[in-house]
Design a protein around this ligand. Sequence first.
Ligand code: SF4
Length: 344
Amino acid sequence: MTTIKDIRELSYPELVDYCLSINEPDYRATQIFEWIYQKSTSSFDEMRNLSETLKNQLNKDFVFKPLDIEKKEVSEDGTTKFLFNLDDGQRVETVLIPAKTRTTVCVSTQAGCKFGCKFCASGIGGWTRNLATAEILAQILHVKEESLKHKKPLSHVVFMGVGEPLDNFDYLMKAIRMINNKKALNIGARRITVSTCGVIPKIHDLGKQGLQIELAISLHGFDNDSRNVLMPVNKKYPFNELMKACREYIKSTKRQITFEYILIKDVTCSNEAVQSLKKAFQGMICKMNLIPYNPVKEFDHQTPTRQEIYQFKDQLEKFGVHATVRMPRGRDISGACGQLRLRQ
Ligand code: SF4
């Protein structure tokens, strides 16, 4: 049995090839892309400048429909979290994060996650499958529409939802090129962030893509032992090797890396941690996002006090690391990744 492809699986050159193969001119590809990515249509029948013959052919050859929403929750701070049902019964979460100067969508790349970071709800039920490029793009298209309703056009995309983005490398790369493509979503590469828990071979592969995107490393530990406790991936890709891969990435791409670091009282927020990070970051130009721990009941630890958080930040800044405290958004709607899906 051949499954019919979602049209959002096709890159622009692939769509041009398709149009030519059915004896349509190549400009049809531009028109179809405009309907999908700029006018946010949700069916071929709405594409008014296409002939009936072409619409019928598209309906025969491709699937094209919006994602099915199971749940939508809006936080007091405006963060909106969506739970979508996929065709095979899997569910994914996507978050719209409005802020003063930007509107960001946080996108999922896998149904579940195999990496099992201890503080994260996404790894608890395990991994089921990779999301297809079309499923990744459909999340963004939905949130783009929602952001327009609030007159806050979508400006940034972060791959920090459910799943390890670099573990779904090929579909992710294809999605990124579509997000960046002027004929598709036209979001600048520097407004696209990929976050990884530290899959070293894929960091090397990413460095060879020639993309000007932002890379964020979920570090969450200050040395090998602390990272082993929180991030099982560290057993395969240890702390020192990860830092070496980051230095190589920075050297080859000339791009800065952002390190995400969770602040857990007496675990990662300590003087010992500061001293170890000082050594690890020596000579590296980087940014650090400090994220106060958002408790999940499966991981019984505490958030540091405000004073402890800012002391930690000040100490990092003293040795030249530009650190920012990021308060988790949408706490009242289970804002940490994977939590809405788990609560069902
Ligand atoms: S933090 Fe990311 S990589 Fe780690 S378990 Fe959660 S979704 Fe997976």
